[in-house]
Design a protein around this ligand. Structure first.
Ligand code: GTP
Length: 311
């Protein structure tokens, strides 16, 4: 029997908030996005994680701007940038995972599907959270409806949380990728990406804790990222990271939302972010967070570039 060739490529992960994309990515990558190299200068995509298997490698990427962003002023620099980024974001993407929650299909999913098909990208539909249906036959009518009139490369009911149905999904996606060597080394992680990841972890906590309340134009900048040796009495010095994160919002009112009553929310965001950083970096982290107002920054392309929203 001949061995199947190694395959590797970029796989976009799309889906509405809360459908379980992060859970799916973590399940595919294995450990919590521990193998990430954002390389912002060489790729148009924000890298979400790299899942490496004996048969191939999935480089999971984000496609900002492909998601429908409802009710926002289209004229702002943010949107011009996002739309340009959207076109760019699909370049070089070999396949896409459109993640939905079982039983829910929305207009935004239709938009995402249309954009992907328009760009000629094979779309794998990931129907997540099927563990919510003890009787799987109840799902059949829903699967038939979403499949009607659409051409998915494949349709996979999975539970990212319970890690079920993932093996066949990986097999399908690998089959859609070009035959080539791995694009990234398995343990590729640089200082630069650690700094980037620190910002992403704070952003993730903002999303989690604020949800729909999260001000649209929020960004996180890591102002400080230093390694030092922490000394404790009677113990050998241990490496630790001293990290300073600034959360930028557009208005004072938004600042109040992020900080919360008596600073409770910001403290919670800080604690959870620090715990995640310690897990990811494998050392103690001393994290300081600030919230600053930067009015109208979304209309200032130069500022956007400074924050890394470049193409
Ligand atoms: N029951 C069940 N819950 C799930 C599953 N996958 C994710 N969840 C839960 O759904 C919630 C949202 O999951 P996330 O992975 O954060 O979703 P997301 O799509 O990344 O969300 P955004 O970051 O807001 O886009 C969490 O509470 C998860 O634990 C699943 O397969 N089954």
């Amino acid at each position: 029997m001949s061995e199947s060739p190694y395959r590797a490529g970029h796989v976009a992960v799309l889906g509405r908030p809360n459908v379980g994309k992060s859970t799916l990515i973590n399940a595919l990558v294995g450990t919590k996005v521990s193998i990430v190299s954002p390389r912002p200068q060489t790729t148009r995509h924000r890298m979400l994680g790299i899942a490496t298997f004996p048969e191939g490698q999935l480089v999971l990427v984000d496609t900002p701007g492909i998601h429908a962003d409802k009710g926002k002023a289209t004229a702002s620099a943010m949107h011009r940038m996002m739309n340009r980024a959207a076109r760019g974001a699909l370049e070089g993407v070999d396949a896409a995972l459109l993640v939905i929650r079982a039983g829910q299909w929305s207009d935004e999913d239709t938009l995402a599907y249309d954009a992907l098909k328009g760009a000629g990208i094979p779309v794998v539909l990931v129907v997540n959270q099927v563990d919510r249906y003890p009787d799987k036959t109840e799902l059949l009518p829903f699967l038939q409806t979403v499949n009607e009139g659409r051409e998915f490369a494949s349709l996979h009911p999975v539970s990212a949380l319970k890690r079920s149905g993932l093996q066949p999904l990986v097999k399908t996606v690998l089959g859609l990728l070009p035959e080539q060597d791995a694009l990234y080394g398995e343990d590729e992680i640089t200082d630069k990406s650690q700094r980037f990841l620190a910002g992403e972890l704070v952003r993730e906590q903002l999303m989690r804790q604020l949800g729909a309340e999260l001000p649209y134009a929020t960004t996180v900048e890591i102002e400080r990222f230093e390694e030092e040796m922490a000394k404790r009495k009677g113990a050998p010095p241990e490496p630790m990271y001293r990290i300073g994160a600034v959360i930028f919002v557009e208005r004072e009112s938004q600042k109040a939302i992020v900080i919360g009553k008596g600073g409770a929310r910001l403290r919670e965001i800080g604690t959870k972010s620090r715990q995640q950083m310690e897990r990811m970096f494998g050392c103690k982290v001393f994290l300081e967070t600030w919230v600053r107002v930067r009015e109208g920054w979304s209309d200032d392309e130069a500022a956007l570039k400074a924050f890394g929203y470049t193409e």
